[in-house]
Design a protein around this ligand. Structure first.
Ligand SMILES: O=C(CO)[C@@H](O)[C@H](O)COP(=O)(O)O
Ligand SMILES: [Fe+2]
Length: 220
């Protein structure tokens, strides 16, 4: 089953609770939360207080994508706020295995994210320890960017490793995912689709979500 993870970065922050409730009701599987620090990426977004604010609004897993330096420092705050899944960027973790263990010790699922220019091979040593791989299909930092085609090869590669080595981590894709690009991601092996503007920038969120799910129906 393909999962859909609406990214609240594109939501109307003035009515965030309503936005989350709506996508939950329309069949979202995760709520994707983009945390940016203005250092690792050239943008600043939100932090643990927002996670805490949306926690009572939905029972869906909160999928927190940390685009920050020193993620270890903030793991306790995010678990306390109610996060369920934490993904950290390979590019900022000097001790990736330690960071993954820290996330798990705090009772959350742990995933690793790679930027479009980061080779998938950097993930090989950590594959047995992770619950999710997030392949960025745009450069992180902003919503509404265009899908980068060359990332499809990495989705195929990690999907091949998952099959060959018998791992069960999820493969999530993030950036420029819409009803057209979603099918290409799923055909390559993705099973969790993050979508921000393709859902929240549309008048009818339900229609937008069903269009993405319809486009991937029968794939994979
Ligand atoms: O992590 C990020 C951006 O860095 C994403 O989660 C965006 O929020 C996706 O937005 P769209 O490309 O779907 O508009
Ligand atoms: Fe994200």
């Amino acid at each position: 089953m393909i999962k859909l993870a609406p990214s609240i970065l594109a939501a109307d922050f003035a009515r965030l609770g309503e936005e989350v409730k709506e996508v939950d009701q329309f069949g979202a599987d995760y709520i994707h939360v983009d945390v940016m620090d203005g250092h690792f990426v050239p943008n600043i977004t939100l932090g643990p207080p927002i996670v805490e604010a949306i926690r009572p609004v939905t029972n869906l897993p909160l999928d927190v994508h940390l685009m920050i330096e020193n993620p270890d420092q903030y793991i306790p705050s995010f678990t306390k706020a109610g996060a369920d899944i934490i993904t950290v960027h390979q590019e900022v973790c000097q001790h990736l295995h330690r960071t993954i263990q820290l996330i798990k010790e705090h009772g959350m699922k742990a995933g690793v994210v790679i930027n479009p220019a980061t080779p998938a091979e950097t993930l090989l040593p950590i594959l047995p320890d992770i619950d999710m791989i997030l392949i960025m299909t745009v450069n992180p930092g902003f919503g509404g960017q265009s899908f980068i085609d060359s990332t499809l090869g990495k989705i195929k590669l990690v999907n091949k490793w998952r099959k060959d080595f018998g791992f069960s981590f999820e493969i999530e894709v993030d950036g420029g995912v819409n009803s057209k690009t979603a099918k290409r991601c799923v055909d390559a092996g993705a099973d969790v689709l993050v979508a921000g503007s393709a859902i929240f920038a549309q008048e009818d969120r339900n229609k937008a979500m069903q269009e993405i799910l319809q486009a991937v129906k029968g794939s994979n």
